[in-house]
Write a protein that binds this ligand. Sequence first.
Ligand SMILES: Nc1nc2c(ncn2[C@@H]2O[C@H](COP(=O)(O)O[C@H]3[C@@H](O)[C@H](n4cnc5c(=O)[nH]c(N)nc54)O[C@@H]3COP(=O)(O)O)[C@@H](O)[C@H]2O)c(=O)[nH]1
Length: 540
Amino acid sequence: MFKSAPPSPSSAPHGLLQLDRLRLPPTTALGLMLLLLLVVLLPIIIASWLAEQHVRARERAALQQYAERGLRNFETVVNNAIAALDALQKQPDPLCSDGWRQAARHTVVRYRYVQVAMALSEQNTVLCDSMATSYAVAPLLGKPDWRGPRVRVWISVPDPEGAGRKMVVLAAGQNGVLVDPESMIDVVSDRSSYSLGIVGLVYGQVISAWPYANREALRQSYFHPGVELQDGRFHVVARSATLPVAVIASEPEDELLQRWTAALRYWLPAGLASGMLAAWGFLRVVRRHLSFEGQLRQAVRKNQFEVHYQPIVDLHTRRCVGAEALVRWRQSNGQLVRPDLFIPLAEESGLIQPLTDLVLERVCAELGPTLLANPTLYISINVAAIDLASSRFADELAHQMADVAFAPSQIAIEATERGFMHANTANEIIQKLRSAGHPVLIDDFGTGYSSLSYLQHFRVDTLKIDKAFIDTVGTEAASASVAPHIVEIGHSLGVKLVAEGVESEDQALWLSSRGVQYGQGWLFARAMPRDDFLAWLAGL
Ligand SMILES: Nc1nc2c(ncn2[C@@H]2O[C@H](COP(=O)(O)O[C@H]3[C@@H](O)[C@H](n4cnc5c(=O)[nH]c(N)nc54)O[C@@H]3COP(=O)(O)O)[C@@H](O)[C@H]2O)c(=O)[nH]1
């Protein structure tokens, strides 16, 4: 009885990584947590910013409307005063005559914003007025604050009653009218926090303002209308089209803040919901990206693969005739992942085609000179079912072969029975490959449920007897008789035979005695990186 001690099928060669050990490095995990936090917080921050912008724009529009109303009111007052002056100018009686006094009294009654009508001397001294005041010392108005084409204007004129109020005087010719500046800003609003001010007349004098208004802030707004925040208040400016005057409306910034806080009641839940949605999307993407498939996809993109070579020897002479190219995934952390962990996934996810191409390219690049120097040496490449389902791979191989100097017979193709699912196409491709000079091997022969039927359809060069049958040769196992049958089938078909997974000398001797020409297995050598393989080859 032959002695064979195969290692446990789950035991990975040293340095190869098991699937359950694929974990995220702590720095990546921390980075992802921070990113997730950002993904959740960003929509919330954006929502609060949008709420602020929305409230600010809404308040600015409301305040602007209020300032425009203030300006219309101001213009109404001024136009009313100018109309009164026009009426006075037209009355025919001499200044301060009875007729003039009567006209002056009528003017005050007719023009609602005019409080007093007055006659002025050439030097702008008040001669008399509609109140029949006799001035002991006639008030001198002095130089006007502003002189327009139709009117002259004085602001801050003491009221005739001596009540300490400042009045505005408009004059045309020798007629003047006294207007209460408060009437200019007498505009009702439902916002008690609003306040109005009128600034202008070239030098930025405050013509009228609500009590407690910061006059300096009003002046600043007049000269720098773009700067909205002055003295803790939010200012907007409405400029008159006809007079050098601006009406400035303002409200405390605290009010804005309160309205913003109120608006957050609606915006924050929306931001939170968006944050949650974004987090869900982010986690999905991360999960996909970090999933085994995601990592494999990245590895293919970054070409993180190595090819190891397991020698195939002539069982009689023990000389190396070739090697099987076996792919390994070298992760960024340096660990190797076994192909049986990722090849099935690569097949499912459509990544196997680029992977087959990578292996082919690597073999040509790494072993091109060796193959050229050893024309009888060959390297076999594993292909997947999809590689035989169209001419894509055969064309890619032809393309690669055009660039190398060694013979096509030095690249053999190993196909498993799974590759024969689309029998007609697979057969066509296999014959195309063989016509191009590439030997075709059936890998894992005997493990499929219709291995024999395939042999009727497919002409191939070599059968690789699966390790499962080699393990049983010389044992009492029920399947122990399969290997001799496969050997006989191979002989009767006239194809070469390679025994896979040869681990003991007894197995090698048995196979050799049955005419199996070639063997591959740990008895001879394990799969090795290119440099080790070349050293092994040189040491034979
Ligand atoms: N489509 C592709 N499939 C590939 C490619 N590279 C590898 N593979 C397939 O992955 C499976 C696992 O391969 P691997 O882990 O490399 O194992 C190979 C040998 O190391 C192993 N072997 C060889 N001799 C022995 C032995 O004596 N004992 C023992 N326990 N194991 C041994 O067998 C694997 C080779 O198998 P096979 O391909 O059937 O000849 C495997 O199915 C690979 O085919 C690739 O690039 N593309």
